[in-house]
Design a protein around this ligand. Structure first.
Ligand SMILES: Nc1ncnc2c1ncn2[C@@H]1O[C@H](COP(=O)(O)OP(=O)(O)OP(=O)(O)O)[C@@H](O)[C@H]1O
Length: 240
């Protein structure tokens, strides 16, 4: 059967000679929201970086497939052009470039037609007024504003697979409500979403199709939302 979406097959990955992912398998199909949770240091961000092709993360075993095509050895920009987009846990500061200009250049580069009006609308959708168009990218942005701006990029780029690494950290409650709702809308339009989070309340708002739990670099459970009750009550140790 053809897989439409992201398939991670038995992935073992090392970084700085340290094994950070061990035999990880995970599917994110078109239109699906998969939550990825686990204790600090369990390998969630490493998985996101490996899917994006970060050069420090060496795949020792396994494959990454997009719509059935093996993309394990593609460069990060090639994966991006194929429709994978990562919203970083901590977006970097890049000085000197106004937001509006940056978004216009990025969309043009990707062959997306976006007028300044479209860009402005994407900002408004994430709760950022037009004043942010002329601000320098991420310079002096609060944590929550950075996350909103990253999400606006996801709205403009229309990826096929969207990986959100702690989108909800640093967001106020209205922001969490807004962006989990938008994430659901994107999934409704066919985007496959991998949602990495520590925020149980946000996950309940999001209503993911599945919850995948990682510990020590491996997947230890795949379940429905009810697994959050166990984790809240007994912690991650309650699963092992
Ligand atoms: N470049 C690196 N050099 C050395 N160790 C690394 C590197 N990148 C990741 N690691 C280690 O890999 C492990 C997994 O880290 P990762 O950031 O993937 O965890 P995480 O599940 O995303 O954690 P958190 O919930 O705290 O964000 C950690 O022990 C981390 O220190």
């Amino acid at each position: 059967m053809e897989n439409t979406g992201l398939r991670i097959e038995k992935l073992t990955v090392s970084v700085a000679s340290r094994k950070v992912l061990k035999d990880v398998s995970l599917d994110v199909s078109k239109g699906e929201v998969v939550a990825l949770i686990g204790p600090n240091g369990s390998g969630k961000t490493s998985l996101a970086f490996t899917v994006m092709g970060h050069p420090n993360y060496k795949v020792e075993n396994g494959r990454i497939l997009l719509h059935g095509e093996d993309i394990t050895s593609l460069k990060p920009h090639e994966r991006a052009y194929k429709g994978i987009f990562l919203v970083f846990q901590s977006p970097p500061d890049i000085g000197g470039l106004p937001v509006g200009m940056f978004l216009q250049e990025m969309t043009t580069k990707r062959g997306i037609e976006a007028s300044i009006n479209d860009i402005n609308n994407a900002l408004l959708e994430v709760g950022l007024s037009d004043h942010y168009l002329s601000r320098n990218l991420y310079e002096g942005f609060s944590g929550g504003e950075k996350k909103r701006l990253e999400f606006a990029q996801a709205l403009l780029f229309k990826p096929q697979i969207l990986i959100l690494d702690e989108l909800d950290s640093g967001l106020d409650i209205e922001g969490v409500r807004l962006l989990t709702g938008k994430t659901r809308e994107l999934a409704g339009s066919g985007v496959g979403v991998l949602y990495i989070s520590h925020n149980i309340a946000a996950l309940r708002l999001l209503r993911p199709n599945r919850v995948v739990v990682m510990m020590n670099g491996g997947v230890v459970a795949v379940d429905g939302l009810e697994i959050l009750d166990v984790i809240e009550e007994k912690g991650y140790q309650g699963l092992v």
